[in-house]
Every structure is written in structure tokens, then in C-alpha cells.
Ligand binder design. Structure first.
Ligand SMILES: O=P(O)(O)OC[C@H]1O[C@H](OP(=O)(O)OP(=O)(O)O)[C@H](O)[C@@H]1O
Ligand code: HPA
Ligand SMILES: [Mg+2]
Length: 168
């Protein structure tokens, strides 16, 4: 499946991502206590590390999902690794006491699949688009559906041509 055209760009620096992920941890800190984090790879690994540090959570598990196989185009969603049985037992089989973290929710497809694995878990993302927003319990910043978020790990510094030479 090819997503709708996304003319708006939302580039996020490492600094801003750190601030936003910390803001997510602040919001979460007022909402309860969690025994473990499940990070949705790969994008959820970075905010999960920041939240784990802020909330003093030391049990970190992954669920490995791929859905955007090439840049901006969503393909078949593939669950490459589920949650370890040990963690499922720890969470009473339904995700109670577990915090699921991802970088963003877009269509909500990834979130839906992971939520089904742990229905009682708390689902948190740093960014949310309107279509996926109902799938998330806590997030920090909402962007419009036609915005593409550029994460710092996907970008690098490049030369900008001077404005008079046609640069923007
Ligand atoms: O709400 P959705 O439409 O399902 O999209 C959101 C998901 O898409 C991205 O992951 P992606 O599959 O690109 O893998 P990655 O985290 O390894 O980059 C992002 O990190 C979310 O996990
Ligand atoms: O806006 C986005 N940015 C980066 N990865 C994504 N995966 C789904 N939507 C996005
Ligand atoms: Mg992802």
C-alpha cells in the first residue's frame, strides 16, 4: 500500500527528540507505575531508552515489527519477533504493568497489532497523527496526517547552497 502524498515536512533534531521523549516520560510519570517497557523496534528503541532512564525501569523487551519497507510506503505488516514468554507471564498474560513505547503512530496499524498482544498495557508514543491517535494512551505532539516526520537517525548534515544560487 502506498500512503497518501505527504507535502509537509517535520524534521526533528536529536536535541528536540530528546526533549520530546523526556516530555513523554514526564507525562507518564504522573499516570502510574510500570514494571517493564516493551519497545517497538526499531523506532521505539530510542524513546524507550530515554523513558527507561527517566522512569527507572530496568526490564526492557522488544517486539519487532516492520511495515514501512521502503521510504514512506507502507507494505504488509510483518511481526518479526513477539514478546518473550517470560515478560508475558510477568504481565499476567494481558500486559498489565507494561508500558509499550514507539516513536510515532501514523495509520495505527502497528499499534493495533501490538495492542492485541497486550490489551492491558499502556501505549505511549512521542508523536501521533490523527488516524492513529485513538490507539495511543499518551503522546506528546500531534502532527497532521499529511506530514512526514523526519527522525534524527534518518538524517545527516548536508551542504545548503546559498539562497542566490537557488538554495531555499
Ligand atoms: O501507525 P503505522 O502506520 O503502523 O506507522 C507507525 C510505525 O511505522 C514506523 O515503523 P516502521 O515499520 O517504518 O519500522 P522502523 O521502526 O524499523 O523504522 C514507526 O516507527 C511506527 O512503528
Ligand atoms: O511520518 C513518519 N516518519 C517516519 N516514519 C514513519 N512511519 C510511518 N509514518 C512515519
Ligand atoms: Mg517502527
Amino acid at each position: 500500500m502506498t500512503t497518501a502524498p505527504q507535502p509537509k515536512m517535520f524534521p526533528v533534531s536529536w536535541d528536540q527528540f530528546h526533549r520530546d521523549a523526556r516530555a513523554l516520560a514526564w507525562r507518564l510519570s504522573g499516570q502510574g507505575h510500570w514494571d517493564a517497557i516493551v519497545a517497538i523496534t526499531r523506532g521505539g528503541l530510542v524513546p524507550a531508552a530515554i523513558a527507561a532512564r527517566e522512569l527507572d525501569i530496568r526490564i526492557i523487551e522488544t517486539v519487532c515489527v516492520a511495515s514501512y519497507h521502503d521510504y514512506k510506503n507502507q507494505g504488509e505488516l510483518a511481526v518479526l519477533k513477539t514478546v518473550a514468554p517470560h515478560l508475558v507471564e510477568l504481565a499476567g498474560g494481558d500486559g498489565a504493568g507494561v508500558l509499550i513505547i514507539d516513536d510515532l503512530v501514523d495509520t495505527g496499524k502497528t499499534a493495533r497489532v501490538v495492542r492485541e498482544m497486550m490489551p492491558k498495557a499502556h501505549f505511549a508514543t512521542v508523536y501521533a497523527k490523527p488516524q492513529g491517535r485513538p490507539m495511543v494512551d499518551t503522546f506528546v505532539t500531534e502532527v497532521s496526517q499529511d506530514t512526514w516526520i523526519y527522525f534524527p537517525w534518518d538524517m545527516g548534515l548536508t551542504f545548503q547552497p546559498p539562497i542566490r544560487e537557488g538554495g531555499a
